[in-house]
Design a binder for this molecule. Structure first.
Ligand SMILES: C[C@H]1O[C@H](O[C@H]2[C@H](O)[C@@H](O)[C@@H](O[C@H]3[C@H](O)[C@@H](O)[C@@H](O[C@H]4[C@H](O)[C@@H](O)[C@@H](O)O[C@@H]4CO)O[C@@H]3CO)O[C@@H]2CO)[C@H](O)[C@H](O)[C@@H]1N[C@H]1C[C@@H](CO)[C@H](O)[C@@H](O)[C@@H]1O
Length: 410
């Protein structure tokens, strides 16, 4: 497969699979999973596919989550160097599908036992009644806590914002540590507070922007107060690194995060005994209680020259067995109902905790613009947390930006 090795596209030179039915050629796969923890497991799964299809060469390419969406759009638009398969985050999928960059999968080998998938995971793979991706992982958020630190302070995991404040005060008094690390450079970490005040970014049903309603202002006030009263610490940049270091080193007792953070968390000195990691549902706000739905799908590039092998690869990587492996080795949540019955998933406390959480996670509008709502929100969210704007202005500015993005929405 020397040719395949040089193929930067989708195995044009090898022309893909022969009609003989035996799959062959190259499948280039852009994987956005975390390097150093998740990527090892997914690479190994891809090698398993190659063993089953010795004439197929999977070219594994690790692409950082923050770069992949635009990198794929640019490559697909240029019609060259786009991968055959992309790990497409739930909000990217309708965006790519609306641009015609994804192969419809209905009736192909990529889609097996479709009704085995969780309906809320399937939702982000549909566009104009066609299926453009296969759900790989689903996730939501919870409050991670350091049991030893909590015990030392004589406190339990907080169930609402008032308790979050009082628990953090006791932690500070008894251990000198800050209660919560609140990620300030990624607005996804604001959503559970927005839902907690009974708010949301938009209401897709009625095509109404809702982030600038009173509930949105209250949510911005709530997170501002957490930082101002010392309950939480935050950063305007390098939030992921700072949050993970602070929690892994025991500099903070709690962080709000998701299953994708577990593998990395367990490498922290505070969690060599993994039983020291506790996870509870996010704290409720003054009006409601909710966590966002996230996750990733596998999609096939519409211009792939090796569709058959790509379909088979996607099916393999989203199969019950592959999902059980990801659950067992990385505590990631399957998107197939049947995978939750596999022993790897049953034996994962984290999967057991998050299953009901993802089942009740707040649905997001799977519209092409859905992902674009985060950039303007992120700017205002970070400015609120660093005292560069007021909650009222942040809500209004974000709402105005949304109405420019979402034509004819109220
Ligand atoms: C700003 C971005 O807003 C949105 O993203 C939302 C997202 O929709 C939310 O769902 C949520 O994602 C969860 C995610 O569900 C959750 O699984 C986890 O992901 C783990 C993986 O699990 C882990 O394996 C590993 O990969 O690492 C992943 C990340 O840790 O955590 C994610 C949240 O971090 O939150 C995202 C917002 O962050 C847009 O969609 C864009 O992404 C946009 N960025 C663009 C911006 C363009 C220029 O403006 C720039 O030019 C473009 O190139 C950039 O793409």
């Amino acid at each position: 497969l020397a040719l395949a090795a040089t193929a930067c596209g989708s195995g044009d030179e090898t022309g893909g699979s022969k009609s003989s039915g035996e799959l062959s050629g190259t499948v280039t796969w852009w994987d956005t999973s975390s390097v150093g923890s998740e990527d090892k497991v997914f690479k190994k799964l891809a090698e398993g596919f190659e063993k089953e299809h010795p004439k197929v060469d999977v070219k594994y390419v690790s692409v950082p989550f923050g770069d992949a969406q635009n990198k794929f759009k640019n490559a697909a638009q240029a019609g060259s160097s786009a991968p055959d398969v992309i790990r497409s985050e739930v909000a990217w999928t309708p965006d790519f599908a609306s641009l015609g960059y994804l192969a419809p999968l209905d009736g192909t080998a990529a889609l097996k036992n479709q009704d085995d998938f969780l309906p809320q995971a399937v939702a982000s793979t549909k566009y104009e009644d066609k299926t453009f991706a296969v759900p790989q992982v689903i996730d939501s958020m919870g409050i991670f806590y350091n049991k030893k630190l909590m015990e030392k302070a004589g406190v339990e995991a907080p169930t609402n914002l008032a308790e979050l404040k009082s628990v953090s005060k006791k932690i500070k008094d008894k251990t000198g540590k800050t209660g919560l690390y609140l990620r300030g450079d990624d607005p996804y970490f604001f959503l559970s507070f927005l839902y907690g005040e009974g708010g949301d970014l938009v209401d897709a049903e009625s095509k109404t922007v809702t982030v600038d309603k009173p509930e949105g202002v209250k949510a911005f006030k709530a997170v501002k107060a957490l930082v101002e009263d010392g309950t939480a610490k935050t950063d305007a940049s390098d939030g992921w690194e700072n949050m993970m270091q602070a929690f892994k080193n025991g500099d903070v007792a709690m962080m709000i995060n998701g299953p994708w953070a577990v593998a990395d968390t367990l490498t922290g000195k505070e969690f060599t005994d993994k039983d020291n990691l506790g996870i509870a549902t996010v704290p409720a706000g003054s009006a409601a209680h909710g966590a966002p739905q996230g996750g990733h799908n596998l999609a096939v590039y519409a211009g792939s020259k090796n569709l058959e092998a790509s379909y088979a690869f996607v099916e393999y990587m989203t199969s019950v067995e592959s999902q059980a492996t990801a659950a067992g080795e990385l505590n990631l949540l399957p998107t197939r109902t049947s995978a939750y019955a596999k022993k790897e998933a049953v034996n994962s406390e984290i999967v057991g905790f998050f299953k009901p959480v993802v089942e009740t996670a707040v649905e997001r509008p799977w519209i092409p613009e859905g992902g674009s709502l985060f950039a303007p929100l992120g700017i205002e969210y970070t400015k609120v947390l660093t005292n560069q704007t007021t909650p009222e202005k942040a809500a209004k500015t974000t709402g105005d930006a949304y109405r420019k993005l979402l034509k004819d929405w109220k």
